[in-house]
Design a protein around this ligand. Structure first.
Ligand SMILES: Nc1ncnc2c1ncn2[C@@H]1O[C@H](COP(=O)(O)OP(=O)(O)OP(=O)(O)O)[C@@H](O)[C@H]1O
Ligand SMILES: [Mg+2]
Length: 645
């Protein structure tokens, strides 16, 4: 019974006009269970013929049928399936994968077949034992002799049954003794019912076969039969997985396992691939953490402005060039405003620059006359001492609260509470010191002291001009509505609008908007570094594909479909990116720890969301940038891939 039928088949290389024929108009049929040797000189076309027989290559013209199926009309996947289930290849140079042990090499075809782990483990062990390789099963190919490697490759060819054994110079790289041993095994394979097609240039090797076909310059020149011992036993096929979901899940798990192997086997290459992702993810996470930290820092400061507060200043707006000369606000304005139902309390602010004298020290300072509630209103904290109360303000008590700068300048490390300072000839008793970091605005080296505004007006400055009014609106009232109303009231009192207002909520809103756009800016810079990382992954994966073309060829020859190769390289890219992402996150954590222990008032804040996003993006980068190289690998022509060194 014919298993293989070739009709008028040609294979040429080169362009249409400049054809070089490796095979020319070959017609040939091979019976099931036969043992055929193809013999001929170097360059005669033997390997070309065998590769076409094994569906590694396609004919340029003519027909090739296996079991009456025309191969030219089949899909790449169908041909992969034939290589997987029907053929068993034995190569001159063994073509074992060097990262895998003998056993793992033998198991490989059954993974593409979809066999379960237990069955394939048992089967590969048995095959290796049958070939006297049981004790060498866990060795890598480079720890085995040529003959031993060839036996491993024979075991691999038999793993999925190997109905048709295709052997290209199987003894070509072996000494005569190992060669004989291999020929014995091949003869046994024939006796066990397999069809064997063997390519050799050695007449002696060919004489083991039933039938010898000699080719020369791509033509069959003789076809002789020595013996007719055909053994066509039916082989029991290993049961295959029909459920496509299970098959896919298993392929996925196997791809993942093999990518773990590939990653660990080539540590330097893996590290270099990961490096770009590590840098990308670390910068993303750190930049976001820094952004979050500064945001929180600024938000804390914003909160210290106080909420539901409206500030009223004389003039038309900030930057009014006559601002210092405009004196349109009066203490009576503050009184009027304090009587409004929606106003909690009001603090006029008067300011004055002058000299503070303490014993023999003097310093330039700015004095602010404020209400009893002012400090509270602005959320400012005291480092020590107390605030002044309402009756002290009304009675123009000569009390002062100094800021940390003043304390440092005049008192050094000593406690200033209870000491008397003189400002504009007015003695003032210090009752409190303000803590530094809670002051709103940029840190200044200005000395500031706060005293009751009545004291400031009548005892220190001697004028009732005020620099501004701080109005605290009841919490239940919308500050914007209140602001509009305040403006109406004051405009009516003054006869015109000769002041401007600032709402703490608007200030907060503006600051928040600024912070958000800052975060966006920072994140987009971080995103760019991630893209750069992804391009790095793609580069190394492309190099890796080129470097491993032969491995891809071997995998295809033993039955890997395109999607198997795609899945393998893709899962490698994703794995590398994920590990890189993980290392990047760890590195960021370490950096944040160091950073936060070095700086006091500014913290890096790592959020779980940022970390999860980083890991998500790193695997997405793997898929995105790993896809092109993986597809390149999957689209390789098996024979081209195998021919590559
Ligand atoms: N990819 C290719 N591109 C161009 N020419 C090729 C290619 N592969 C093979 N050939 C040519 O086809 C012819 C047959 O090559 P083939 O490899 O089949 O020879 P062979 O009989 O196996 O030789 P050997 O005994 O040395 O292995 C040779 O002339 C070779 O140069
Ligand atoms: Mg050859």
């Amino acid at each position: 019974m014919k298993i293989i039928e070739i009709n008028n088949l040609s294979r040429y290389y080169g362009s249409q006009s400049d054809k070089v024929y490796a095979l020319k108009n070959i017609t040939l049929a091979i019976d099931r269970g036969d043992f055929v040797a193809i013999i001929g000189q170097s360059g005669s076309g033997k390997s070309t013929l065998l590769n076409i027989l094994g569906c590694l290559d396609l004919p340029s013209s003519g027909s090739y049928k296996i079991n009456d199926v025309e191969i030219a009309n089949t899909s790449a996947d169908k041909r992969a399936e034939l290589r997987c289930k029907t053929f068993g290849f034995i190569f001159q140079r063994y073509n074992l994968l060097s990262d895998l042990s003998a056993l793992e090499n033998v198991v490989l075809p059954s993974i593409y077949y979809g066999l379960d782990a237990k069955t394939r483990e048992e089967k590969s062990q048995k095959l290796l034992s049958d070939l006297n390789m049981g004790d060498r099963a866990l060795h890598k190919p480079n720890e085995l002799s040529g003959g031993q490697q060839q036996r491993v490759s024979i075991a691999r060819a038999l793993m999925n049954g190997g109905d048709i054994i295709l052997a290209d110079e199987p003894t070509g790289a072996l000494d005569s003794k190992s060669g004989e041993k291999v020929m014995e095994i091949i003869k046994d394979l024939h006796k066990s019912g397999r069809t064997v097609i063997l390519v050799t240039h050695d007449q002696k090797i060919a004489s083991h076969a039933n039938r010898i076909i000699e080719i020369k310059d791509g033509n069959i020149v003789s076809d002789t039969r020595n013996a007719a011992n055909i053994y066509a036993h039916d082989k029991a096929k290993p049961s295959e997985i029909k459920n496509s979901f299970n098959y896919f899940a298993r392929q996925f798990a196997e791809s993942f396992k093999s990518s773990v192997k590939a990653v660990t086997a080539h540590k330097m290459r893996s590290f270099l691939t990961m490096l770009s992702i590590i840098i990308g993810i670390t910068s993303v996470v750190c930049v976001i953490a820094l952004g979050e930290g500064s945001k929180e820092n600024i938000m804390d400061r914003i909160k210290s402005i106080g909420t539901n507060t409206v500030y009223i200043f004389p003039g038309a707006g900030f930057g009014d060039k006559d601002a210092s000369k405009i004196k349109t606000l009066k203490p009576s304005d503050a009184d009027i405003l304090s009587r409004l139902s929606y106003v909690d309390n009001v603090s006029p602010i008067v300011t004055h620059e002058g000299l503070i004298i303490y014993k023999n020290k003097t310093a330039q300072a700015s004095l602010q006359g404020v209400s009893a509630e002012f400090l509270e209103l602005n959320g400012q904290k005291l480092e020590s001492g107390r605030r002044f109360n309402v009756s002290e303000v009304k009675s123009a008590a000569a009390l002062a609260i100094v800021d940390a700068n003043t304390k440092k300048t005049l008192f050094g490390k000593r406690d200033p509470i209870g000491e008397i300072i003189i400002f504009n000839r007015q003695p003032l008793k210090i009752i409190g010191v303000m803590s530094k970091e809670d002051e709103f605005g940029p840190p200044t080296s200005n000395l500031e002291i706060y005293i009751p505004y009545v004291t400031a007006m009548y005892k220190v400055i001697g004028s009732q001009d005020i620099a501004g009014i701080t109005v605290k609106i009841s919490d239940a009232i919308n500050s914007h509505l209140a602001e509009e109303n305040l403006i109406k009231v004051l405009t009516a009192v003054h006869g015109k609008k000769d002041f401007f207002t600032l709402n703490s909520d608007s200030v907060q809103k503006i600051m928040e908007d600024m912070m958000n756009s800052l975060t966006l800016l920072i994140s987009s810079i971080a995103f760019i570094s991630l893209v750069v990382g992804g391009v790095g992954v793609m580069n190394i994966m492309l190099v890796s594909v080129t470097e491993r073309t032969r491995e891809i060829g071997v995998r295809m020859a033993i039955g890997a479909k395109r999607k198997n190769i795609l899945l393998q390289f893709l899962s490698e890219a994703v794995l590398l990116s994920l590990i890189g992402g993980f290392i990047g996150v760890m590195l960021s954590l370490a950096l944040a720890l160091v950073f936060n222990s070095l700086t006091a008032d500014f913290k890096m804040i790592l959020s779980t969301n940022a970390i999860l996003a980083a890991l998500f993006f790193s695997s997405a980068t793997g898929i995105l940038f790993g896809y092109a190289p993986a597809r390149n690998a999957a689209n390789l022509n098996p024979i081209d891939a195998l021919a590559r060194d």
